[in-house]
Write a protein that binds this ligand. Structure first.
Ligand SMILES: CC(C)(COP(=O)(O)OP(=O)(O)OC[C@H]1O[C@@H](n2cnc3c(N)ncnc32)[C@H](O)[C@@H]1OP(=O)(O)O)[C@@H](O)C(=O)NCCC(=O)NCCS
Length: 168
């Protein structure tokens, strides 16, 4: 059974191993970025466990920007403590556990937490192949992103929370 909970500092290495297993080197966040996200916004850093094994990760930052693209969000330098939006930076499941709803559980939990925290929107950027997946999670396609690292084009997506959409 998959259990989603907030990260603890002791999880950072295992959480980063999920990142390494999931992204090509040019798109990977560093373990220092992960440590900083735990320090700055652990409420927005979730892990999924099966038994004692960490199998999925979602982390994020807060911002007042309406569109992703600021590199300072990835390294934490532009995290805004009371920012009105949450930008999801990593969503990853280890390959052996994909297709079993791990990312879905992580996305549901961050949406529930963000709603409780009166966050206006959840933002993220993804490659085109994942646009349909996030659409199924109530994100709308905003358009090509200003985000510029790694391979291919990124697309911005937004899920507004302040409009009273129901909990999922
Ligand atoms: C994308 C990812 C997080 C999904 O995790 P997951 O735990 O398998 O997700 P769920 O089980 O909740 O949902 C699975 C669905 O995701 C979609 N999906 C996953 N990868 C996909 C891809 N490369 N292209 C298109 N759809 C994809 C499919 O709709 C899939 O449904 P299916 O199993 O019926 O085919 C996982 O594949 C992963 O870690 N990928 C590498 C890292 C990455 O690209 N993260 C997203 C960054 S924006």
């Amino acid at each position: 059974m998959i259990h989603v909970r907030q990260v603890r500092p002791a999880d950072v290495e295992a959480a980063h191993a999920v990142e390494v297993a999931s992204y090509p080197p040019e798109e990977r966040d560093t373990i220092e970025m992960f440590r900083r996200r735990v320090d700055l916004f652990s409420e927005g850093f979730l892990v999924a466990e099966e038994g004692r094994r960490l199998v999925g990760v979602l982390n994020s930052a807060r911002t007042d920007d309406a569109r992703p693209g600021d590199p300072g969000l990835r390294d934490g330098s532009r995290h805004v403590v009371a920012g009105r939006n949450v930008i999801i930076l990593t969503v990853a499941t280890i390959p052996s556990h994909r297709g079993r709803g791990v990312a879905t559980s992580l996305l549901r939990e961050i949406a529930a937490r963000a709603r409780l925290g009166h966050i206006e929107s959840l933002l993220l950027y993804c490659h085109g192949d994942l646009v349909p997946f996030y659409r199924r999670h109530d994100f709308a396609l905003v358009g090509p992103s200003r985000v510029a690292f790694g391979r291919e084009t990124w697309f911005d997506m937004e899920r507004r929370l302040s409009t009273g959409d129901d909990a999922r």
